[in-house]
Design a protein around this ligand. Structure first.
Ligand code: SF4
Length: 364
């Protein structure tokens, strides 16, 4: 069953490393966006969806009333399966006491909070408005409101970062009883303030060391890795993100949101004004090739399965799987695990996954 993604393009201020599409907004713009996002759902009315994800940007900036209206409209227009996963990305800074109870009542059942680090100096470097205490307070308020499925984001590979600091951030996140942790490697994206300031990152060996440490440390604390950057207590893997990684279909609404539905890819451009004026999404060609399916599944720790390739593509899927296995034999064995009916990358393999993918998908 498809997933539904809503892109909320607003942030109180821009973090200097971020290249997601977002900008500051006042109440009138947020009202206009809410109305337009609801109207933009109309062409797909009746679609059955199993996961809903409000991402951004900072969706929590919309406030409980607009968020409730948006989720209400989604429930009205689409057929939301019972027990659907409904996630909201939220900023831990300045959460009001009644915010999370209102979200629970509206039907949200999962939160993703941008903790990033438990080190105040690292948070300042990242331009984040919250302190570690703000994050702990936000998680506590969410749990009090009944949210047990909470994901925290961490960042590694920061200038001056060490395994010790990272270990403390992991312990902090685990100590807050998170169910899921995402750990991303900081990158300096072109056009961001970090890029203009010439921020220099630790060398590849240091970052790789931190990544491999995080994989081990998170597993030790009960969060086995299930995707390149994602770790969860068993049963708390993000169902919405698994929709993407398992090559399933999804509908995305909002400026910058991408969709894969009915075998076609399409997207709303990163243009809030155009979106507000009712611009239709742009076609991005066909999707769902075996190559794409393999590439996405190889992001997962469980890897690519022969049974999935066969189930989705029939004999052509089995043939592609065997070609991939043949290509994989030429790759260094510490980077991937080859079993007769499964191929998966090791954590060392994930660190060089782009180069590995080029090799294993050759000739498809
Ligand atoms: S809050 Fe998140 S989306 Fe917004 S600027 Fe910072 S990193 Fe980007």
């Amino acid at each position: 069953m498809p997933g539904f993604y809503l892109h909320v393009p607003f942030c109180a201020r821009k973090c200097p490393y971020c290249d997601f599409y977002s900008r500051p907004a006042g109440p009138a713009l947020m009202d206009g966006y809410t109305d337009r996002a609801i109207a933009a759902m109309a062409p797909w009315a009746g679609l059955s969806v199993d996961t809903v994800y409000f991402g951004g940007g900072t969706p929590s900036l919309l406030g409980a009333e607009r968020l409730g209206r948006l989720l209400g409209a989604i429930k009205e227009r689409f057929s939301l399966s019972p027990g659907a996963e409904v996630t909201l990305e939220a900023n831990p800074a300045g959460i009001e006491e009644d915010f999370f109870p209102q979200l629970r009542r509206a039907g949200f059942n999962r939160l993703s909070l941008g903790l990033q680090s438990s080190d105040p100096a690292e948070l300042r470097f990242l331009g984040r408005a919250h302190s570690p205490q703000d994050a702990a307070r936000a998680v506590g308020l969410a749990q009090k409101a009944g949210f047990s499925n909470i994901s925290l984001d961490l960042m590694l590979g920061l200038p001056g970062g060490t395994k010790e600091k990272l270990g403390r951030s992991i312990a902090f996140a685990a100590g807050l009883s998170a169910a899921h942790i995402s750990a991303y490697i900081l990158k300096v994206e072109p056009g961001t303030p970090f890029s203009e300031q010439g921020v220099s990152l630790p060398d590849d060996d240091e970052t790789a060391g931190q990544y491999l440490f995080a994989v081990e440390e998170l597993a030790r604390r009960g969060f086995p890795q299930y995707e390149i950057s994602n770790f969860a207590r068993p049963g708390f893997e993000s169902r919405h993100n698994l929709v993407y990684w398992q090559g399933k279909e999804y509908l995305g609404i909002g400026p910058g949101a991408h969709s894969f539905l009915g075998g076609r890819r399409f997207y709303f451009p990163r243009d809030l004004e155009g979106f507000l004026q009712g611009a239709a999404p742009l076609d991005d060609g066909p999707g769902g090739s075996i190559e794409e399916f393999a590439m996405l599944n190889l992001r997962l720790a469980r890897g690519l399965l022969l049974s999935d390739c066969e189930g989705k593509f029939g004999p052509a899927g089995a043939a592609a799987f065997s070609r991939i296995q043949q290509n994989a034999r030429a790759c260094p064995p510490h980077l991937l695990r080859q079993e007769p009916e499964r191929l998966s990358f090791t954590p060392e393999g994930f660190l060089v996954s782009n180069a590995l993918l080029v090799k294993v998908l050759e000739g498809l």
